[in-house]
Design a binder for this molecule. Sequence first.
Ligand code: UDP
Length: 341
Amino acid sequence: MHVLITGGAGYIGSHTAKILSRAGSRAIVLDNLKRGHRDAVRWGPLVEADIADRSALKEIFEKYPIDAVIHFAAFAYVGESMQAPELYFQNNVVNSLSLLESMRAAGVRKIVFSSSCATYGYPTEIPIREEHAQQPVNPYGESKLMVERLLHWYGQIHGLAWVALRYFNAAGADPDGELGENHDPETHLIPRTILAALGRVPCLQIFGTDYDTPDGTAIRDYLHVTDLGEAHLAALKYLDSGGASTPFNLGTGSGHSVREVAAAVERVAGRDLPYEELPRRSGDPASLIADASKARRVLEWIPRHSSLDEIVRTSWNWLAKSAQVPAASGADQDTKEAGSE
Ligand code: UDP
């Protein structure tokens, strides 16, 4: 299979490109490298262009017999989307529409889309099923939902076959140590906790200790990025065998609190972590846990690397050997959602 991976120089896209190429597919990466990393593209050609560049897309589709597109390319900072929504509607929505038009012109009829649990907004039921109401509470989540709606109508009217994968919290790094998380700024809990243990940020900041959870800190469903990549492969196979267009939640189905994450990092570090307790980050729900039984059942997908210890160990290995990672500091940092691509 020839697969075009938009945003394939990013965190989840690069891990997925590796998994696809290991499985015998040809992974062609399209990335404008605004937020992706050239050295993360090692398992196929890189085309340095924007998803909205119609002539670049035309060339790719003429050059390679692309069977399907996996569409990761997007901005994924919730905080930024609350400051500059236009960036998110332009880059995530308008440019995705342009990509769909390029695909339509070339007769490419299958797409796997990186969606997010941010499309649900504040959950009214935990675990969250795919049928849960989608009421995003920020432009990032809204932009992902808008693309899901584009896919729906392109499916109805133009016969596009699609899968929307709604990620919960992507975490961890390639078990072989070849790839990892490289965000700038880094705002995610697990890398920031490890950076605190490595002494690269002063301490772990715990945002909120008064949630209605067993230890008072917020709970998230952390999924290893390798398991996430494997789900994309399963989704491609599903579409290839004629599966109906539909969304799937991707998570483990169980959650960990901020304090549990800190304890897991302390186990790997072999010592206590410095931390400070701060007020809640605005817009953070107490608990986000996926009901991912549909993906397990229909895609026959099983997360194999997502124990908290394996997530922390692989992420630690990556961060310990990587160059100084720029890290945001202070309680007013960007909130970053699950599913940063
Ligand atoms: N969090 C924290 N300290 C940090 C970063 C995050 O306490 O330095 C909390 C955050 O408030 C949330 C959870 O950890 O409850 C996961 O945050 P992350 O940004 O990793 O993912 P999100 O769920 O926001 O997408």
